[in-house]
Design a binder for this molecule. Structure first.
Ligand code: SF4
Ligand code: SF4
Length: 295
């Protein structure tokens, strides 16, 4: 089963929630004698390893194939520029140019070139790493500095985890990147349930709406909500969840001790064990929601 922890905006406490859920899931997995895996798919800023003191044992390079044009063979027919959906190749009267930063490595231009003038060159764009953390199977992706496309690294992280047989685990928890763009869709794809973390502010509500549109309305996933830093002052997120029939399965208060444990790099359920039951109940409810939604 795959649970993705996501949020419409950064800074809502997504990693705080994902790490504590994973630690509670580890205990459940011990009794089921089935492992739990945690994947940090926030590849532009992976930080789960800092909280869980991860020990990384192996790394796999992530590359994409970018086109290289043999100008001597190129007839400047323009076919490559026509087929490129990303405007990453331009055919000019005297030269055909490739803009590496825009290229998604889809291979269409090489396939379509009638002159056979395009070859493909592997270009590093990041890494995925695997190991263990606090008794969990742990994987993370990291996008190389200067690279713009996180999606292939997230896809590689999920693919490598699957090829290690981690999909047959009792549970895989994925800490998604924030937002609602392509990297988030890649993190959510194939999930059994999504937990959307938000905060009770107008910004939090605005971005929660967008995240619900992506996870529930576009991808068709069962969705639940976690409200972090709840000071009881703003009921708009609760009202929205009620109107949309979205269960609020986790609620954390605005509390200095929580902020302090986070800034010290300690998982919440380790630093403040009084929250263990809150996370255990939320985990059970999430698994039940995913099970109910299964065809
Ligand atoms: S499709 Fe091939 S021959 Fe045509 S412009 Fe592109 S590289 Fe040149
Ligand atoms: S590989 Fe795909 S994205 Fe890159 S230039 Fe060719 S057609 Fe465009």
């Amino acid at each position: 089963m795959r649970l993705v922890v996501a949020s419409g905006k950064g800074g809502t406490g997504k990693t705080l929630v994902a790490t504590s859920l994973a630690l509670m899931a580890r205990e459940r997995a011990q009794s089921l004698q089935a492992p739990t895996a945690l994947l940090d798919a926030d590849v532009e800023a992976p930080n789960v390893a800092l909280f869980l003191r991860a020990e990384l044992e192996e790394a796999v390079a992530v590359e994409r194939l970018v086109p290289r044009v043999d100008q001597a063979l190129c007839t400047h027919c323009g076919r490559c520029a026509e087929v490129c959906q990303f405007h990453a190749i331009a055919s000019l009267p005297l030269k055909t140019l490739v803009f590496d930063a825009l290229c998604h490595g889809c291979g269409s231009c090489a396939l379509e070139c009638p002159a056979g003038a395009i070859s493909e060159e592997p270009q590093p764009m990041g890494q995925v790493r695997f190991g263990q953390a606090e008794g969990l199977r742990y994987g993370e992706g990291e996008l190389q500095v200067g690279e713009a496309m996180a999606t292939p690294v997230i896809r590689a992280l999920k693919h490598e985890a699957r090829s290690r047989g981690w999909d047959s685990d009792a549970l895989t928890i994925i800490d998604s990147p924030p937002g609602t763009a392509c990297p988030v869709i890649e993190a959510l794809r194939g999930a059994d349930v999504a937990l959307l973390v938000t905060e009770p502010t107008p910004f939090g509500l605005h971005d929660l709406r967008l995240a619900v549109q992506v996870a529930r309305d576009v991808l068709g996933l069962p969705v639940a909500v976690a409200i972090n830093r709840d000071d009881g002052q703003d009921g708009a997120v609760d009202a929205y969840c009620e109107a949309e029939h979205l269960p609020v399965l986790l609620r954390l208060p605005l509390a200095r001790e929580i902020a302090s444990s986070y800034s010290n790099g300690e998982p919440l359920v380790t630093a403040l064990p009084q929250y263990r039951a809150t996370f255990a109940v939320a985990l059970d409810a999430l698994l039940a929601l995913a099970t109910e939604a299964r065809p």
